[in-house]
Design a protein around this ligand. Sequence first.
Ligand SMILES: NC(=O)c1ccc[n+]([C@@H]2O[C@H](COP(=O)([O-])OP(=O)(O)OC[C@H]3O[C@@H](n4cnc5c(N)ncnc54)[C@H](O)[C@@H]3O)[C@@H](O)[C@H]2O)c1
Length: 267
Amino acid sequence: MSVWELNGRKALVTGGARGLGQAMAEALAGAGASVMIGDVLDELGTETAQLIAKDGATAAFTHLDVTDEASWEAAIAATVAELGGLDVLVNNAGIEITSLMVDIDPADLRRLLDVNVVGTALGMKHGLRAMRPDGAAGTGGSIINIASVAATIAFPALGGYSGSKSAVDRMTRIAAAEAGKLGYGVRVNCIYPGLVPTAMGMQLANDCARLGLFESPEAAVEAVVGLTPSGRLGEVSDMADAVVFLASDASRFVNGTGLAVDGGMGS
Ligand SMILES: NC(=O)c1ccc[n+]([C@@H]2O[C@H](COP(=O)([O-])OP(=O)(O)OC[C@H]3O[C@@H](n4cnc5c(N)ncnc54)[C@H](O)[C@@H]3O)[C@@H](O)[C@H]2O)c1
């Protein structure tokens, strides 16, 4: 088997009902993995899993609220039971709340941190527990956290979001260090996606215009493209292919790091 293939691997993708997570689930399945989608959007998540299964892959949906510990325990158990193990966990579920620092709303910020930081931390906790030698799956694996270019640059109105993704970046490295030290056989990495025009990406452009930072959502997008050496926005497949790489043995000596998939916008 080529080191780029994922035949026989079992993957759980959080926030996989739509957007980047959907593309990641599709790409993992395309590379040969069985895929479980975990999301709070039950109907859409089920449809996405059915769409992937139509192409002949093994794909299923399980309800998962990443902020809730019991929900994680149930989703990991369902993945191990239905797919027969867990080798790949993509902590992709996230939300974005755009605000100037002078207007930060504590309730909004707490919600953002709950999903992006606590949700990702719980994912690593339960993923590592399941994958380590004494775990329910027990065969090691790869955890991929979805941070953001916002963790590497200063873009206006992204204070809370950037803070949350910087936390994801740092936690990734600690988890990799612990997993290595304690012999879990699990690599932990993250990616920093650039702006992709998903529901979330377009919301950011609209919010930046609403806050008076740019003349229009189009001007906000143009500014991002202008800061990007590759001269375009990201596409969902750009992020999905990077996740397949980090899930595969092609990245076997890549550990505890962040991969910028942003056309060169960040550093
Ligand atoms: N789109 C971008 O430009 C961009 C750039 C950098 C990073 N990201 C990151 O990529 C990830 C996916 O973003 P997207 O653009 O696809 O967003 P999206 O809003 O289109 O999709 C996010 C998915 O996460 C799910 N989700 C939200 N809260 C959840 C929870 N508590 N439990 C389980 N699932 C939950 C949603 O239901 C949805 O299916 C996020 O972590 C985001 O921060 C996106």
